[in-house]
Design a protein around this ligand. Structure first.
Ligand code: MN
Length: 376
């Protein structure tokens, strides 16, 4: 018997929103690292025999020195405290270089006691002390369509498959393979990485999802908890253990038909119910916003509201009657679009929206664009 902790898609080095900590580190980068450290701490508390990380340890092929140093330090501490017990790591698409001669950053961890890293090539290993066989399959092996024998071959009592890739049962359009190809019933446990939303295919086979919100569309993931997986081979059932990342809130949509700017401001404030101390990441979609309504928003109140979140994205969508509709997208003239965009986005900065709009118009004129002087 053995116990296993499976985490994936930690995306260290991920950045967003341009907010920085008192040390000048991007706030989301610091968040994502803190979630990683807290995850390792939670795993240590349960003291598993094996840890499996199924890829996208890092968000980029070449992370910053800060991110590399922090990750290395966290992993060394972790392995020291668990006396170098096995830690299996698989290369994901985010950290895989386009050319092999660049090498993989994950190889840095090979020298840490207990770390087994399959960065670019598949790796089959035997852990005699646990009577355990593991097959580790990084993204690159799937992308190159390498011949892989999807079954245990060493006759150990425990067998683990770890891979970073998309299965058609999760995202059919971006799939590397079907979950059936991996033959989950032949393995004690099949751990998957790449898909950021947790998804279970069988009692012994799942994506744990990412540990924090690191996708380009975090709103889609906002209703699914983030976390990692605990698996006891005796028990044979996946337990999902949640992490506690900074919350992401996609607020209920507002329909602005017939609303004045002041009325919409009141609705925005009404919808803004969250625990301020958590400084969440928030999106508010408003549909059918007329230009008059947009211009009439109470700037000071919206700014005060934005200060209660790490990031408050006010997504004002135009009323159909105010846009020229072509192929499903609405466009006005370049300067109108510019003015709309700045009106919608300038809340967060201290720059006067009008000044910015005028600067844009001046630049357009300098670039030889004819400005319709009737535009507001
Ligand atoms: Mn990923």
């Amino acid at each position: 018997m053995a116990t296993l902790a499976h985490l994936s898609d930690t995306h260290l080095g991920f950045r967003a929103y341009g907010r920085v900590t008192s040390e000048g580190i991007n706030q989301r980068e610091a968040d994502v690292l803190a979630t990683f450290e807290a995850t390792l701490e939670a795993i240590l508390a349960r003291n598993p025999d094996v840890v499996l990380h199924t890829g996208d340890v890092f968000h980029q092929v070449r992370p910053t020195n800060h991110t590399i140093v922090q990750a290395q330090r966290a992993l060394i501490q972790f392995q020291l405290r668990r006396q170098g017990k096995p830690f299996l790591m698989v290369g994901g698409n985010h950290e895989t270089p386009r050319t092999v001669d660049s090498g993989s950053i994950l190889r840095l961890f090979e020298s840490i006691p207990g770390l087994h890293v399959a960065a670019l090539e598949p790796m089959r290993i035997e852990l005699k002390e646990l009577d355990l066989e593991a097959l580790l399959v990084p993204t690159r092996a799937l992308e190159r369509d390498e011949e892989i024998r999807w079954e245990p071959v060493l006759g150990c009592s425990i067998s683990i498959l770890g891979l970073h890739g998309m299965v058609s049962e999760a995202l059919p359009d971006h799939a590397h393979l079907s979950i059936f190809e991996t033959q989950p019933d032949r393995w004690t446990y099949v751990g998957l990485g790449d898909y950021h939303v947790r998804k279970k295919f069988a009692a012994n086979c799942a994506y744990p999802g990412s540990t924090d919100y690191t996708s380009s569309n975090v709103w889609e993931e906002s209703t699914t908890p983030k976390g990692w997986i605990w698996f006891d081979t005796d028990f044979g059932e996946i337990e999902f253990v949640p992490t506690q990342p900074r919350p992401v809130l996609d607020l209920p949509r507002i329909q602005a038909d017939g609303l004045s700017g002041e009325e919409l401001t009141a609705k925005l404030l009404q919808n803004a119910e969250w625990d301020e101390s958590l400084r969440p990441i928030v999106r508010q979609v408003v549909e059918n916003v007329s230009l008059g309504c947009r211009m009439g928003l109470t700037r000071r109140e919206v700014q005060a509201l934005q200060k209660r979140a790490l990031h408050y994205q006010l997504d004002l969508r135009k009323a159909a009657s105010e846009s020229m509709v072509s192929s499903g997208e609405a466009f006005g003239s370049l300067e109108t679009e510019w003015a709309h965009h700045i009106q919608a986005q300038a809340w967060e900065s201290d720059i006067e929206a009008e000044t910015l709009i005028q600067l844009g118009r001046d630049l357009l004129r300098r670039a030889g664009h004819e400005i319709e002087e009737t535009e507001a």
